[in-house]
Write a protein that binds this ligand. Structure first.
Ligand code: F58
Length: 736
């Protein structure tokens, strides 16, 4: 502690020697150091004497942001002038992780920043670790959204992400004797140096109210409560390009007029600020519990809030880019991609805005909407397919329910008039399920009926959508359903998280172009037997394993041997992902080791099994699995007879930053979902990219990865998708 204090003083002394000078476009280490020093002094967030790693992080991030703002503004002006078709990715989740390393890597000023921080008495890697993860998402779906932003920026595309600025993102997972405990994580506790609030980008969003019919028959949504959506923008730099796109996150606030000063002065503090507190609830947490009616209403409010604010913004941008535009141009200038069904309300909201606010007729509005919106499906699990209670929808969004009813009515009429053979399929294809016991709106059906394109996220998944979930629509619209296999950004998931391996790849390929073109990696094949390359590769892997072992020791207190085989399964905990099968395998391995003689044990390959992932707070079986893994670890790791041959570690609080440590240090990773259940998986791609072998089922993108890397490099496991229904039935019938 005394040492740390002394160091802190040391750094403050070094800082004092660096002149504080604003230099937003600095390239040289000394000028960068001056710019960092400038931010410490003139954009202060802490007491003036402190320059510990935390203060250094915020000042460094602000200096990087200066640079980003320059190219960000240029990108904005450029696309405003060129007026290309702009893509908007609508997503309730963006799992961004940390930004600093990614940003300076993309700007290609990593070394200069490392030197600048050295001059200031700090180490870049340590400063980067100060940053909190922006965990505004759950898992694969949210991380995919963030990877897409990185790729679209790097490909110089005019694209933006739209999401919500949750105050508390995904919970922090604490492990106790009872298993998982969820703790709120406040990524904005101090502040985020990356976001810029746009005080001029504010839109009203209405809830509840009623529909007023005008004398000319047009309709208007009125009354209810209105909250303001305020834009917070985060810059997303492309890799070694000027293109810097935006992630626009909406926050909710009530306006000053909604604060009842009279009531407040009368001592009625809570009711005076009722709308303010209701507005604050909207972006308070990611996925608020929905077991109560209030919870359900809040989730629906969140979804609508995202859709309404984003569409109003898109429409305004469309109008502002060029005056006197025709509405028919809209689909050639605006593409809206729905990340799963969570932003489905964008469909009736776009219809409402076009008809009720802009005065278009149904046919024109429908033509524009259906040519603008596309939908990505991420699951075939029936429990994950969103269905909203019609009663809740009528209450919160009366005008949208009218529009949805009309879409449904017209869809049914179209099927009846053009495809009488599909009559019997109408009840399952239509949007409203009017079962009197529980009338619901089927959001996936609304998406398929309204979107111009629907995609699955891996070939197998898309085939299942076509053959099963959406089969009836295929006969109606043969080309609507497509496959777009997921991808990951090679920047974050290799270049920046594994610099040692990246250096080796660049050296042997004699180019670093692979960072934007992974096809070039096949060029390594010719060196596969080269012992020099093998030695370099091994030493990079060992360095990453040691790094990981240190981390595991710090967060769990368990020592693991970097010479053992690192066998990793990290992902959300779910029965279909079969972490249970993995831990049962570990128990079996333990039992076998116990049965062996000491000599026999010596012949085995020591193995460290690591399992990590969060269980949804109310998912009891998933939480039981977390506890089981921890309990097995407790037994195995403290058994002196076997613990040099087997360790079982539960990695707590798995998130993007933890993944960046685990994946480079992996040798074998488990992707063993029941075939047909994992839509794609994306960590399978990240592990493969870092030279890790996969044991996996023929599920999701595993199928395509196996084709790419060769069967000999993939440990195939388990039943194939077509066999699963029969196997399930046999077990249900007690035959096996
Ligand atoms: C995931 N879905 C898929 N959903 O499970 C995975 O196979 C795929 O690779 C990935 O999407 C990207 O396509 C996923 O992460 C969720 O997190 C849902 C969010 C809403 C609540 C239910 C889970």
């Amino acid at each position: 502690m005394a040492d740390a204090k002394a160091n802190g003083k040391n750094e403050a002394a070094k800082l004092a020697k660096i002149p504080a000078a604003a230099n937003p476009l600095a390239n040289e280490p000394s000028a960068i150091a001056s710019n960092i020093s400038y931010h410490v002094q003139y954009s202060p967030h802490f007491s003036p004497t402190k320059f510990e790693p935390e203060q250094a992080f915020f000042a460094t991030a602000e200096s990087v942001r200066d640079r980003l703002i320059q190219q960000w503004n240029e990108t904005y002006h450029h696309f405003n002038k060129v007026d290309p078709k702009q893509t908007y990715y609508l997503s309730m989740e963006f799992l961004q992780g940390r930004t600093l390393t990614n940003a300076i890597g993309s700007l290609d000023i990593q070394n200069a920043y490392a030197d600048a921080l050295n001059n200031l008495g700090h180490v870049l890697e340590e400063i980067a670790e100060q940053e909190k993860d922006a965990a505004l998402g759950n898992g694969g779906l949210g991380r995919l959204a963030s990877c897409f932003l990185d790729s679209m920026a790097t490909l110089n595309l005019p694209a933006w992400g739209y999401g919500l600025r949750y105050r508390y993102g995904l919970f922090k997972q604490k492990i106790t004797k009872q298993g998982q405990e969820e703790v709120a994580e406040d990524w904005l506790e101090k502040f985020s140096p990356w976001e810029v609030v746009r005080h001029d980008v504010v839109f009203p969003v209405r809830f509840f109210g009623s529909v007023m019919v005008n004398p000319n028959g047009t309709r208007k949504w009125v009354g209810g409560e209105v909250v303001q959506a305020v834009a917070y923008d985060i810059p997303i730099p492309g890799y070694k390009t000027k293109n810097t796109i935006s992630l626009r996150l909406w926050d909710a606030k009530a306006s000053a007029e909604d604060f009842n000063l009279f009531q407040f002065n009368d001592g009625q503090y809570e009711s005076a600020a009722q709308l303010h507190s209701r507005a604050q609830q909207i972006c308070a947490v990611l996925y608020p519990g929905d077991s109560t009616e209030e919870g359900k209403l809040l989730r629906l409010k969140q979804q609508f809030f995202l859709c309404s604010a984003s569409l109003q913004d898109m429409i305004l941008r469309f109008k502002e880019r060029k005056s006197g535009r025709q509405w028919s141009e809209f689909p050639s200038k605006v593409a809206v991609q729905l990340n799963d069904t969570h932003p489905t309300l964008a469909i009736p909201e776009l219809m409402r805005l076009l008809m009720d606010e802009e005065g278009l007729g149904w046919d024109e509005a429908w033509d524009i909407t259906t040519r603008t919106v596309a939908y990505t499906n991420h699951t075939v699990l029936p429990e994950a397919l969103e269905k909203w209670s019609q009663a809740v929808m009528w209450k919160l969004l009366p005008r949208h329910m009218e529009i949805i009813e009309e879409i449904d009515k017209r869809f049914i009429a179209m099927v009846r008039s053009t495809r009488s053979d599909l009559e019997s399929k109408i009840p399952s294809m239509c949007i409203l399920d009017n079962n009197p016991k529980k009338p619901v709106v089927r959001m996936a059906n609304l998406c398929v009926v309204s979107a111009h394109t629907v995609n699955g996220v891996a070939q197998l998944h898309s085939d299942i959508l076509k053959a099963d979930l959406f089969a009836d629509y295929v006969s109606l619209w043969p080309n609507k359903l497509q496959n777009k296999t997921n991808g990951i950004t090679p920047r974050r998931w290799l270049r920046f998280c594994n610099p040692e391996l990246s250096k080796i790849i660049t050296k042997w390929l004699k180019t670093d172009q692979w960072v934007t073109n992974l096809d070039l990696l096949v060029g390594l094949r010719q060196f596969a037997d080269n012992t020099e390359l093998q030695a370099e590769w091994e030493s990079a892997k060992m360095a990453s394993k040691k790094h990981l072992a240190d981390y595991i020791w710090r967060v769990t207190g368990v020592t693991i041997d970097p010479n053992s085989l690192f066998d990793i399964q990290v992902k959300r905990i779910h029965e279909y992902k079969r972490q249970l099968l993995n831990i049962l395998g570990a128990i079996y391995r333990y039992k076998k080791l116990k049965e062996m003689s000491p000599q026999e044990r010596k012949k085995t390959t020591p193995r460290t099994i690591m399992i990590g992932g969060k269980a949804f707070a109310t998912y009891t079986n998933a939480k039981r699995i977390v506890k089981l893994v921890n309990d097995v670890g407790e037994v195995v790791n403290t058994d002196p007879e076997v613990n040099s041959y087997l360790k079982v570690v539960f990695v707590p609080n798995y998130n993007v930053s933890v993944a960046e440590l685990l994946i480079p240090g992996s040798e074998l990773s488990q992707h063993i979902s029941t075939a047909g259940m994992e839509a794609s998986g994306t960590s399978n791609m990240k592990f493969s990219l870092n030279g890790c072998l996969i044991i996996g089922t023929l599920d999701g993108a595993n199928v395509e990865i196996r084709q790419e890397i060769g069967e000999e490099n993939f440990f195939l496991f388990g039943a194939v998708a077509e066999q699963v229904p029969k196997l399930r039935k046999e077990r249900e019938d007690g035959l096996v």
